[in-house]
Design a protein around this ligand. Structure first.
Ligand code: ZN
Length: 446
């Protein structure tokens, strides 16, 4: 039987609306009611879903479609929690799930309840169509991503790994288009930067403020912070970024493509970033893809105006590329600030990178191009952290694949976590079909 895609879209949108209307703002999360909604829908069609709570109200749903077991499973992962809203800044009720002008409005519409609805729909279509698959498909809808994922996928990896173990995972951040140089390019996340948050401390000789001397901790710290503001850490070329920039250069073509590709050359890169790209936001973003970065964010010293303190501290938000670690990051920071400062790690999370030269990634590219011919589809790295880091601990490579078509003037990045978050109905129609086809294509092969 052929699938009636209009009806499938209408059904996906109904599930999306229902999920938006179940508030799962984290903190506190309270994802269990949303997990229960999904469980009920799945159970009604013959699934045997389970909800595992990591703490009261922090529900994680898992359901499995059985294949022939000829290959390891594919994991479809969504998080059910959303970030808070400033309700007075919204044009519509953030928990209303209204459809206005072809968009579904609400907190989580993009991040990432539309994906949960599309993944649910994929599971429903698999049973309805009785699709024969070589491998299992696991659907996990989890808690707590927005606060680090410890009560969500982190909990499943630590305590229920056998229920979610897979060859690959697909989750958010990918399969959405951006426009560069008039060309549409879909980004699919394959990597994320890691975090090295550290405390930098200067020590000096205490004394009375009325008698200044050379060994003032505040001055030493301020000099170090200023140096970090002026100088960038060294250039690094990583596999994911090379794939991303190379793919974008291909899409641009011509001279502009050539210049763009030059960003991967350590000598040309600073010249292009400083001289040839006009939009400062783009420069900052591209710079962050090619370097470890450090942002001084918190300063602390002294308690009285007339007392020179014996120490001064700055907190640094360091972000590292795949292949880097705390030691290599600190070596780069020390080379800029010089001797005499102490460093103490506050929080360290490794960078994550999955190979994109795989059959699944190829299926993703093919799936998008089947419904949006001629577009570029490139691997991407994100500068923040996602649930991929928990899956990396379990050795499960993770792709951001949550396909959606967006109007050219829509800035997805601004709307995620922003006001008036919404997703276009026809974009979800596109995504639901692409996702289902990629999953069935890939999982029916061995
Ligand atoms: Zn998200």
């Amino acid at each position: 039987m052929t699938i009636q895609w209009d009806e499938v879209t209408a059904e996906t949108i109904r599930h999306l609306q229902a999920l938006i209307r179940i508030p799962t703002v984290n903190p506190p999360g309270n994802e269990t009611p949303a997990a229960e909604y999904l469980a009920e829908v799945l159970a009604a069609e013959g699934y045997d879903p389970v909800i595992l709570e990591s703490a009261p109200g922090r529900g994680n749903l898992i359901a499995r479609y059985k294949g022939r077991g000829e290959a390891p499973p594919l994991l479809l992962l969504s998080h059910l929690d959303v970030v808070p809203v400033e309700i007075e800044k919204w044009t519509r009720d953030p928990f209303g799930g209204e459809i206005v002008d072809g968009f579904v409005w609400g907190r989580g519409a993009l991040d990432m309840k539309y994906v949960a609805a599309m993944q649910l729909m994929t599971m429903l279509l698999l049973v309805r169509e009785r699709v024969p698959l070589a491998r299992d498909v696991i659907f996990a809808a989890t808690a707590d991503e927005e606060a680090g994922g410890v009560y969500g996928i982190g909990f499943l990896v630590d305590h229920h790994l056998e229920k979610i173990r897979a060859e690959y995972a697909m989750t958010e951040f990918g399969g959405f288009p951006i426009t560069i140089g008039g060309k549409r390019v879909y980004l699919c996340q394959v990597a994320e930067k890691g975090a090295c948050w550290v405390r930098m401390r200067a020590r000096g000789t205490p004394g009375h403020g009325s008698v200044p001397h050379e060994d003032n901790a505040v001055v030493k710290l301020a000099e170090a912070v200023a140096k970090l503001g002026r100088k960038s850490l060294p250039f690094h070329r990583t596999d994911a970024v090379a794939g991303m920039i190379g793919g974008m250069a291909d899409a641009l073509g011509g001279l502009r493509g050539l210049v763009f590709r030059g960003l991967l050359n350590p000598v040309l890169s600073p010249l292009i970033l400083r001289g040839l790209i006009r939009d400062p936001q783009q420069v900052h973003y591209l710079h962050a893809l090619l370097h470890n970065t450090v942002s001084p964010t918190i300063l602390q010293a002294g308690s009285k105006t007339n007392v020179i303190p014996s120490e001064a501290e700055a907190e640094l938000d360091g972000r590292i590329l795949p292949g880097q670690d705390l030691d290599s990051f600190l070596a780069e920071v020390r080379a800029i600030v010089g001797k005499g400062l102490e460093f103490e790690p506050i929080r360290v999370a490794p960078a994550v990178e999955a190979d994109y030269r795989t059959p699944l990634f190829a299926a993703m590219v093919e799936g998008i191009r089947r419904h949006d011919p001629g577009v570029g589809v490139v691997p991407a790295i994100v500068t923040g952290g996602t649930d991929a880091k928990h899956l990396a601990r379990a050795g499960i490579p993770c792709y951001g694949f949550s396909p959606v078509r967006l109007p050219p003037d829509m800035n997805l990045m601004q709307m995620v976590h922003g006001h008036d978050e919404r997703v276009p109905v026809d974009g979800v129609a596109f995504g639901t079909r692409v996702l289902y086809e990629v999953v069935t294509d890939f999982c029916s092969r061995r």
